[in-house]
Design a protein around this ligand. Structure first.
Ligand code: ATP
Ligand code: MG
Length: 257
């Protein structure tokens, strides 16, 4: 046993100052994540979900607070150490996909492996594997603007997962997917979690996606307003509890969108 948690977030604050108005997007949020957990983050639009993920991924900075990975304070890392950390540990699925439009889907997926100096044969093997799993093998040669939103989303997931990262941060990874593609992607995440021991933090609006999480943090106005553990609940009970939590918070209209 170690005396620290895999991820520790202490009193995280993010203020945006756009001149006229000040927005407190994240308001003294603290939580711990254990290695191998699959955690969901839910909350209304604007509640601070993306902001938290972006700060955890080190692509955005915090206003106040402290984040420790494996007991190490990331604010003490310089730019080179941070990029090394991201490259080695992190798979990030962005809410807006963030694919590079001048590269094909395949090139987008292989980029991080090229940066990691992986062998060509290994790169090809892993791309084939993830493309088969997420059923995007037929669009690998296309450019992002030539494919559908759901295909872009699966391509963005393939890019995040191809390195088999230890930590996966996923922002609405099923937002643009139909139920069949969602299930496929969620099962892929589940395999990464169960068989490869990846730790996953997934932002989602979708209760069915949230059911895959062992624990869900509910955000409201930049604060954690509730926490729900699945424990030994069956899927139906869990789903109902999640729906209850959402209506208790009164912040989410599940029939909207
Ligand atoms: N770059 C920015 N500048 C100013 N305000 C911002 C910026 N990014 C986010 N915000 C504000 O911070 C708050 C939290 O935004 P965030 O993107 O984290 O919400 P979210 O929970 O991810 O919402 P959604 O479900 O719509 O994606 C919002 O009020 C938003 O308007
Ligand atoms: Mg968001």
């Amino acid at each position: 046993m170690t005396d620290h948690h895999y991820i520790e977030v202490h009193n995280l604050v993010k203020n945006y100052d756009t001149g006229k108005v000040k927005v407190c997007a994240v308001d003294h949020v603290s939580f711990y994540v254990e290695q191998g957990e699959f955690i969901g983050i839910m909350g209304a639009s604007g509640s601070g979900k993306t902001t938290i993920l972006n700060i955890l991924s080190t692509i955005d900075t915090m206003s106040e607070g402290q984040i420790l990975y494996d007991g190490i304070d990331i604010s003490g890392m310089n730019e080179e150490e941070l990029s090394d950390f991201r490259q080695k540990n992190l798979g990030f699925v962005f809410q807006d996909y963030n694919l590079l439009d001048t590269l094909t889907v395949e090139e987008n997926i292989m980029l991080s492996m090229i940066l990691n100096h992986e062998k060509r044969t290994e790169i090809e093997r892993r791309i084939k594997e993830i493309a088969d799993t997420l059923r995007i093998d037929d669009i690998l040669d296309k450019f992002p603007y030539e494919v559908s939103g759901g295909q872009k989303q699966r391509a963005a997931c393939a890019r995040a997962l191809v390195n088999k990262p230890k930590l996966i941060l996923a922002d609405e990874p099923t937002g643009a997917l139909d139920s069949k593609s969602s299930a496929m992607l969620l099962r892929t995440l589940q395999v990464m979690n169960k068989e490869l021991g990846a730790t996953i933090l997934m932002v989602t609006h979708d209760v069915f996606s949230a059911c895959y999480c062992e624990r869900i943090l509910f955000l409201r106005d930049g604060k954690i307003s509730a926490e729900l553990y699945r424990k030994d609940m069956d899927k139906r009970d869990y789903l109902n509890r999640i729906l209850d939590m959402q209506s208790e918070m009164g912040s989410e209209d599940i029939y909207a969108e």
